[in-house]
Design a protein around this ligand. Structure first.
Ligand code: GDP
Length: 608
């Protein structure tokens, strides 16, 4: 049976299983959270009856209280309904989203290409072990004398078809690449240990994959362990909207043991099926374009970069440009150290011959001539310089607010972190309720705990903002957010958080400013700079004086005038800043009535 036919059969089977549930009178689909009233409406009963049933379970809830799926599911049978978890975005919807975003200039005759797969999941659930197991079970394809090389990616062959695996597991690496603009992964394997179940990073991985529009295949690992419980994992995943095929969903879930190398071929076959549904194609007959996966400086070989060819074919001798560096392919090796003459779409190869070490996530492009590569690299250097001067960051909430007002923004991407698990659902529900026809509130990820670098990366890659409720960013995350210009807003009152987002949605949120005092200067002399304007000779007693800074004239402890520093001179030369302990000449915009002994307070406004 062809893989496509298998897919169709699987889809049919899944539908057949799903239908009785959704059609039968006794089943209702319940979202991850909802209010008591919404649940009552779904079942067509009064809210009072629902409240009574909840009370009998020891849960005191009011009509507008938000309850989670699990709680709702415990009382629905009392009303004659079987609860079904609402599915997250379907795999097909994810694909459509990805296609929309992944616009390539790949025209011409397209041919099927292998899938590029990333492994994600919670720490210690067996990502590395699974990557090794997949690699080792395919030793048959290895020729004598070839030795495994870790170049950042490898390829295996299943029934004559190739699959490419990225060797750096984890959603942080995946999203870091995305934040640099690289769309590399076609499918994500979500590893969940059958003994441990769904953990915080499992949820993060799901959200990161969804935000990127990448379909998931679940590998339920460690099935060899006596405590393994695949059913529990499937239930936990279903609660998150990742519903396995056997349960009427569209996510493939494969039990495996990376340790015993069991279930690996089943997993690989399923990856082929998912890849086939994705209809991955590229034109091999053109100059290559792709992404740097890993790069380093080798003492004897010079700069080495592992690149993934995404479209076209990379050949020996090709001139290429990567950001601000360029070179010529002097030699290419695959993950088994074998020298290659050419590399087709979805092939990872280690390339020798670059002028300097590029960055992972950078795009490479083959050019017609070496001269073109060199010119583009010079332009790349200039762009890099400009980029450091004016970093392109996602907009802050206040900027989004004015963009919403102007109708430029259709989606508000939010990452929500709270102190405790219990705060997530009420805030999430309140925020999602703010969605209007023109703008949708999109909670990309929510979780309890501090704000991590992973959260900042997700915000960067998805042009989102981070909202923290009774939590703070980790030091690394704070630094990263400041460097990348990511908006982290912290709240201690739910109302304020929801109110800010609501005002942003209505295009009403204006930036708020805080004032930072920069220094003080004492007026020691007064001069006439022209017939009308006066300047003063001052001594900077603390901090600094800067041109353009806010200035307040204080006389006998009272503010007599407020304006800005219009001119600043030192030894007849214009100056930008003058520091503590120095004297200088200062002009204040619109003010001439100075007196000796006046204090000038200097300040600047900072946007919050
Ligand atoms: P990672 O952090 O997700 O990359 O996890 P590792 O691959 O490093 O595995 C974490 C631990 O789980 C290691 O001690 C592995 O030997 C063990 N492990 C991984 N897969 C299996 C498995 O299928 N069965 C058992 N029993 N242990 C496993």
């Amino acid at each position: 049976m062809s893989a496509r036919r298998k897919t169709e059969k699987k889809v049919e089977a899944a539908q057949a299983k799903a239908e009785p549930a959704s059609k039968s009178e006794g089943a209702i689909t319940i979202p991850a959270s909802l209010t008591v009233k919404q649940l009552a409406d779904l079942m067509g009963v009064s809210a009072v009856e629902v409240i009574k049933k909840l009370m009998r379970q020891g849960i005191m809830a009011s009509i507008n209280q938000v309850i989670d799926y699990q709680t709702a599911a415990t009382i629905t049978p009392d009303f004659g309904y079987q609860a079904l978890a609402e599915q997250g975005p379907t795999q097909a919807a994810l694909l459509a989203q990805r296609r929309k975003r992944f616009v390539e200039d790949d025209t011409g005759a397209q041919k099927p290409r292998p899938a590029v797969v990333t492994i994600m999941g919670h720490v210690d659930h067996g990502k590395t072990k699974l990557l090794d197991a997949i690699r080792e079970t395919n030793v048959a394809a290895t020729e004598v004398g070839e030795i495994t090389q870790h170049i950042g990616a490898y390829q295996v062959e299943v029934h004559g078809q190739k699959i490419t695996f990225l060797d750096t597991p984890g959603h942080e690496a995946f999203t870091a690449m995305r934040a640099r603009g690289a769309q590399v992964t076609d499918t994500a394997i979500l590893v969940v240990a059958a003994d441990d179940g769904v953990m915080p990073q499992t949820i993060e991985a799901i959200d990161h994959a969804r935000a990127a529009g990448v379909p998931i295949v679940v590998a339920i690992n460690k099935m060899d362990k006596p405590e393994a419980n695949a059913q529990r994992v499937k239930q936990q995943l279903a609660d998150l909207g990742v519903v396995c095929e056997e349960w009427g969903g569209d996510v493939v879930c494969v039990p495996v043991s990376a340790k015993k190398k069991e279930g690996i071929s089943d997993l690989l076959e399923n990856l082929l099926i998912v890849a086939e549904m994705e209809e991955l194609k590229a034109n091999p007959e053109r100059r290559a374009i792709g992404t740097v996966i890993e790069a380093k400086l080798d003492k004897s070989k010079g700069p080495l970069a592992t690149v993934l060819v995404q479209i076209g074919t990379l050949k020996m001798g090709d001139p290429l440009v990567i950001g601000d560096t360029w070179g010529k392919v002097k030699a290419m090796f695959n993950d088994r150290g074998k020298r290659l003459k050419k590399a087709e779409p979805a092939t990872p190869v280690e390339v020798l011959g670059l002028g300097s070490v590029p960055q992972a996530g950078d795009t490479f492009r083959v050019t017609a001539t070496e001269r073109e590569a060199r010119t583009l690299a010079q332009r790349g250097q200039e762009e890099k310089r400009l980029a450091t001067l004016r970093p392109i960051s996602p907009p802050r909430l206040t900027e989004l607010s004015s963009q919403i007002r102007e109708g430029q923004v259709k989606e508000l991407n939010i990452i929500l972190k709270t102190d405790v698990q219990g705060s997530i659902e009420p805030i999430k529900t309140s925020l999602e309720r703010l969605s209007i026809d023109e703008v949708k509130v999109n909670i990309l990820h929510s979780g309890s705990g501090s704000i991590t670098e992973g959260d900042v990366l997700l915000a960067l890659a998805s042009r989102g903002i981070i909202l923290g409720f009774n939590t703070r960013p980790e030091p690394g995350a704070k630094q990263m957010a400041e460097a990348e210009g990511i908006d982290i807003r912290l709240y201690e009152v739910i109302y304020n958080l929801v109110d800010d987002v609501e005002r942003a949605m209505k295009g009403m949120l204006e930036p708020t400013y805080v004032e930072v005092v920069e220094g003080h200067a004492e007026v020691r002399a007064i001069f006439a700079a022209s017939r009308r304007a006066k300047v003063v000779g001052v001594y900077v007693s603390d901090g600094k004086v800067a041109r353009g800074a806010g200035a307040r004239i204080i006389r006998h402890g009272e503010v007599v005038f407020e304006s800005t520093v219009s001119s600043l001179r030192r030894f007849k030369e214009d100056a930008k800043e003058v520091a503590t302990g120095f004297e200088c000449g200062v002009g204040i915009e619109g003010y001439n009535d100075f007196e000796i002994g006046d204090i000038i307070e200097l300040y600047r406004r900072e946007r919050q």
